[in-house]
Design a protein around this ligand. Structure first.
Ligand SMILES: *Cc1c(COP(=O)(O)O)cnc(C)c1O
Length: 408
């Protein structure tokens, strides 16, 4: 099936219109472009029941709402609809009933993070446009997802990571064919180098929101969530926010679903969760401004949200405000403690970014920003297995007499 509902692209800031079917980066105002669809025609031609009955794997079931015009250009590594897992034992002590706190577990996707959604679409569109060499600045998961999908598509990739990126991310990127480099700086420094090389080396940058299609991939989190909840939405969504693609993408998805008439419920409050070591959106939200200032000295174990400046800052803040949500920061200590508790009590090993959403929810509950009756969805954006884990220190000597007291 080919989906050809894209009408044009639009600058998210000025509304300037761009033609579809061409390679685009930012608008002339230097702001992100959003893909627009003919939703009134889609409304007549595609029903949500036909989506529900689709035999297509993973998010490709939403292909009418995706920009790839020729199915032959889809690059797939076996995307799945990620499960929603309800937290039970870890929320019981707060008097929360089962089914109220849900985790959308994105760790089940190829390359074990939700970056697969965005990079799958970016690479598929790069194939559609005949691009051959892609480059990315990354804190880890975006680089490995790009390398994997581009390898599959037979494209070359250059991946630049800050030199404190978790080693597992840089290694997996290399193992999946990415030309991988460590840079003695932050993600913005990596992006600058990529910008400098684009004319001489001819690579195309797939940096967050600097090309229009990663957001379309991340949008599928919102589409999936709606379908999985029976075309209803939760009261609140807690999202670990770095560049914000996922939050902006879901907010876009919800509006498209409303316009299609596939949902008619109230939209969720969108909560941007950051780390106290890097919280530019929280500061901007508190100050009531439209753009966030660069966050100096960004530092957190949750490397996916160690993003001191986001080009889509105004879109993140707009979604948070329009939805009557909020932005909130938690410390590394709080998020690591949350990770350990949820692992022990509910058997889910969250990534630090995902655990941050739980710590933020607990804090918001305490502050009265959300209530016990709110149905909330937390995003676990990657597998916990990619991050440092507790060390086992207890040892047993096989030659010593059995000693039951060791196991008490
Ligand atoms: C990239 C990343 C994030 C932040 O995602 P954005 O949509 O760019 O805000 C959160 N968690 C993990 C694990 C990531 O890799």
């Amino acid at each position: 099936m080919s989906s050809d509902y894209v009408t044009h692209l639009e600058c998210a800031y000025t509304g300037e219109v761009f033609e579809k079917g061409k390679v685009h980066t930012l608008s002339s105002a230097g702001k992100p472009l959003l893909v627009k669809y003919d939703l009134s025609r889609m409304r007549d031609e595609v029903s949500r029941d036909s989506i529900a009955g689709s035999s297509e794997a993973g998010f490709w079931r939403y292909s009418p709402l995706l920009p790839v015009s020729d199915a032959a250009n889809r690059i797939s590594l076996g995307e799945v609809v990620t499960p929603i897992v309800s937290l039970e034992r870890s929320v019981e002590h707060l008097g929360i009933s089962a089914g109220k706190v849900l985790v959308k577990d994105e760790s089940r996707l190829p390359t074990a993070s939700f970056k697969a959604r965005g990079l799958c679409l970016a690479v598929s569109m790069a194939k559609e446009f005949g691009l051959e060499h892609l480059a990315i600045p990354t804190n880890g998961n975006a680089g490995s997802a790009l390398a994997a999908y581009a390898a599959r598509a037979g494209m070359r990739t250059t991946v630049l990571c800050p030199d404190n990126t978790p080693e597992i991310n840089t290694s997996e990127t290399l193992a999946q064919g990415g030309d991988t480099y460590l840079v003695n700086g932050l993600i913005g420094d990596c992006g600058k180098i990529i910008g400098e090389g684009k004319d001489e080396l001819g690579w195309f940058a797939v940096s967050t929101l600097k090309e229009p299609y990663r957001i379309e991939g991340k949008k599928t989190m919102g589409l999936e969530l709606a379908e999985q909840l029976g075309w209803e939405l939760p009261d609140v969504i807690f999202y670990p926010t770095g560049g914000g693609t996922g939050l902006i993408g879901m907010w876009k998805a919800f509006h498209e679903l409303l316009e299609l008439g596939w949902i008619d419920c109230a939209l969720p409050r969108m909560v941007a969760v950051q780390s106290t070591g890097c919280a530019p959106m929280v500061k901007a939200w508190q100050e009531g401004v439209e753009h966030a200032e660069f966050w100096e000295g960004a530092e957190t174990e949750a490397s996916g949200i160690r993003v001191p400046a986001a080009i889509g800052d105004f879109l993140i803040l707009r979604a948070v405000r329009e939805s009557e949500g909020f932005a909130i920061a938690v410390s590394d200590e709080e998020l690591m403690d949350a990770r350990d508790r949820i692992g022990r009590e509910d058997g889910l090993l969250l990534c630090p970014e995902g655990a941050a959403t739980f710590a933020a929810w607990e804090q918001a509950l305490e502050q009265g920003l959300v209530s016990k009756d709110d149905r909330v969805v937390l995003f676990n954006t990657a597998t916990g297995l990619k991050y440092p884990m507790p060390e086992v220190t207890e040892r047993i000597d096989k030659d010593a007499p059995f000693d039951a007291s060791l196991f008490l």
